[in-house]
Design a protein around this ligand. Structure first.
Ligand code: OAD
Length: 256
């Protein structure tokens, strides 16, 4: 697919002091990690979040919650970053200031080489104790299908991700608000923009005068607000956008 890159967006990126990017599950779709809300393929079309991704679910059935996240963790381990992730690494080096905010828990941005990533919803590759809160790397083996126990306090172990109904990591959210309030351009990539507070970040950026662009094959509640829409997959749109920026920058200009 040939992605049409709006000239005004490229100009805004050339002039930007601070570029922020917000990514969601669609960013990882081309790496083979299912999204949540796409009809047919999204996780929430096959599973009920309240049975798997809430504090109540963990209390009721920790073994089920552990097994489901272990299955997802395996998918994440097998996944590889794609050209879109790598384009964001290049973008980081092309602009004076860059903030990458993600709702994804798969760590693919970091594996691609992005340096500073604000993880709003945690990371599935980390494990912590539901009771004492400590992050743990190793734990005593548990019987097949059972949630393992904390080596420090014996509590149930859980993925270090944000469940529905839980607060987001304070520092991460704070930094995300700050970036949204101060960026000149925000790219919103592969998110349905229905889960708060992440969905409000592009709205704040817009209200503060940033140029906001959405990269998503489908329309979202943000689509009518944004200045530019690139209705294409992240793995195609981002490399095309960054290539256009590279071509448009003045010779000799440097990022940070
Ligand atoms: P969703 O599954 O809600 O939305 C994924 C979006 O990606 C949709 O709008 C798709 O159209 C779009 N999409 C699909 N393939 C794409 C591609 N190749 N390139 C670009 N876009 C594509 O995922 P999120 O918005 O990330 O929270 O969901 C937000 C949160 O809800 C998640 O972080 C998770 C979930 O429940 C927690 O687990 C706390």
């Amino acid at each position: 697919m040939l992605v049409e890159i709006p000239e005004g967006l490229v100009r805004a990126l050339v002039d930007a002091e601070h570029v922020a990017v917000l990514t969601g599950a669609g960013m990882s779709a081309e790496s083979g990690i299912p999204t949540f809300r796409d009809p047919q393929t999204g996780l929430w079309s096959r599973y009920r979040p309240e049975e798997l991704a809430t504090p109540e679910a963990l209390r009721r059935n920790p073994d089920l919650v552990w097994s489901w996240y272990a299955w997802r963790r395996e998918k994440v381990r097998q996944a590889r970053p794609h050209a879109g992730h790598r384009a964001l690494v290049r973008l980081e080096g092309l602009v004076p200031r860059f903030t990458l905010i993600t709702q994804n828990v798969d760590g693919l941005h970091q594996r691609a080489g992005s340096r500073e990533v604000i993880e709003l919803h945690g990371n599935i590759l980390r494990t912590r104790c539901a009771d004492c809160g400590r992050q743990v790397q190793d734990w005593p083996p548990a019987p097949e299908g059972r949630a393992p126990r904390c080596p420090h306090c014996g509590g149930v172990l859980r993925p270090d991700v944000v469940f529905f109904g839980e607060p987001l990591p304070e520092g991460a959210l704070q930094r995300a608000w700050q970036a949204a309030a101060s960026c000149d351009v925000m790219l919103v990539v592969g998110t349905s923009a229905v889960v708060e507070p992440a969905a409000s970040l592009p709205r704040l950026a817009y209200m503060r005068g940033a140029v906001v662009a959405e990269i998503n094959p489908q329309r979202t509640p943000l689509s009518d607000l944004v200045h530019y829409r690139l209705p294409a997959p992240a793995g195609e749109a981002l490399p095309a956008l960054v290539a256009a920026l590279e071509a448009a920058r003045k010779p000799g200009s440097v990022g940070r």
